[in-house]
Ligand binder design. Structure first.
Ligand code: AQP
Length: 334
């Protein structure tokens, strides 16, 4: 069955967005808005799965909207809104909680990572988070979901839930099976301090990430201090297999400079990593600092950001209400 393409993706308002969010998700969001109808959501209900101070959360919601706009999203082209303002997300999440299986959730690696060793103390919300993510996507019958590689497993779960719903309620093709759109080279931008961990907002050390609001000096310092390798840059990718920090820097450079990895290795082989770091810091400064400045500028006018969310909510709610009506009918709610 052919259906209209619709992009949906979300970002948690849990603080400073970083280079991983930018390369793994936001850049993709911007290019897609010129190709398909797009909905980008500040997923504030997801943020609640770990404790957030209310004032900080309120600020972070607006800062996430500012980051969307500063990276190039256009609210006249894309629907930009916050998840909790459309009640259909929570309503469909409950219905999908009853479709999804405990065994499926038990396999989610992100829960294991985030809950840590004391799972008994993690919130129930953190455990069922992937069901809410399925609801976010299926509420709009979205067909394409741009995400970083860390979200691939959750997206596969969304497909399983959609399939089971369609089968349980005998409505073939009612929910589309959403396709992940994952960038190739930078599917997972890694920490600058430990190349086996993804770059993340919640990592304690600020030196592990480049924040979109970092100054030129901060970017310079962080790249200089980033772990690399004491040997010279090799001429082939295979030699980087056991050097995750060096590979991460080369991947980031390749993406930011829009040059293939082969070409980067060709040009830089035999040189010290300090050579790569200087060039990388320059490129990051010219791409990231204007975004950071724009975020700060946009945050001065909070009512403008609130207005963007209000308009987005109206559009999103219009689609959600129609779909929720049909979903309720399918499951027998009156
Ligand atoms: N390191 C990363 N590399 C590539 N993509 C990434 N994304 C996040 N980190 C990387 C992608 O950014 C989008 C928004 O992510 P999110 O903020 O909603 O949640 P997250 O994945 O949990 O991000 P963090 O930084 O790791 O937050 P915390 O520390 O709060 O858990 C998603 O598409 C994600 O794939």
């Amino acid at each position: 069955m052919s259906r209209k393409k619709l992009v949906f993706s979300g970002v948690q308002p849990t603080g400073n967005l970083h280079l991983g969010n930018y390369l793994g998700a936001l850049k993709n969001f911007v290019s897609l808005q010129n190709e398909m109808e797009c909905m980008y959501c500040v997923v504030d209900l997801h943020a609640l799965t770990t404790f957030q101070k209310p004032d900080v959360l309120r600020n972070n919601v607006l800062e996430t909207v500012a980051s969307f706009i500063a990276t190039g999203l256009n609210p006249d082209k894309s629907i930009i809104f916050n998840q909790s303002s459309v009640s259909g997300h929570a309503q469909l999440a409950w219905i999908l909680n009853c479709v999804s299986r405990i065994g499926w959730l038990n396999r989610m690696t992100q829960f294991k990572d985030k809950a840590g060793t004391d799972k008994e103390k993690a919130s129930v919300g953190l455990y069922i988070y992937p069901n809410l993510m399925a609801a976010d996507i299926l509420l709009y019958k979205a067909t394409h979901v741009p995400v970083g590689a860390d979200q691939k497993q959750h997206l596969e779960l969304s497909r399983d839930i959609a399939q089971k719903f369609n089968k349980d309620f005998n409505c073939k093709d009612f929910f589309p099976l959403p396709e992940p759109l994952i960038p190739k080279n930078v599917a997972r931008v890694m920490s600058l301090r430990d190349g086996t961990k993804k770059m993340s907002k919640s990592e304690e050390s600020d030196y592990s990430r480049i924040n979109l609001k970092d100054s030129a000096e901060e970017i310079n310092k962080k790249i200089k201090k980033a772990k690399s390798d004491s040997e010279q840059i090799p001429d082939n990718l295979k030699s980087l297999e056991k050097k995750p920090e060096a590979l991460n820097l080369i991947n980031i450079y390749s993406e930011i400079s829009e040059t293939t990895i082969e070409k980067v290795l060709n040009e830089m082989s035999g040189k010290e990593y300090s050579f790569l770091k200087t060039k990388l810091a320059d490129l990051l400064i010219s791409e990231i600092t204007p975004v950071g400045k724009e975020i700060k500028k946009l945050l001065v006018d909070r009512s403008h950001l609130e207005e963007i969310l209000k308009k987005g909510r109206e559009k999103a709610n219009f689609i959600a209400e129609e779909n929720i009506k049909n979903i309720r009918e399918k499951v027998g709610l009156i």
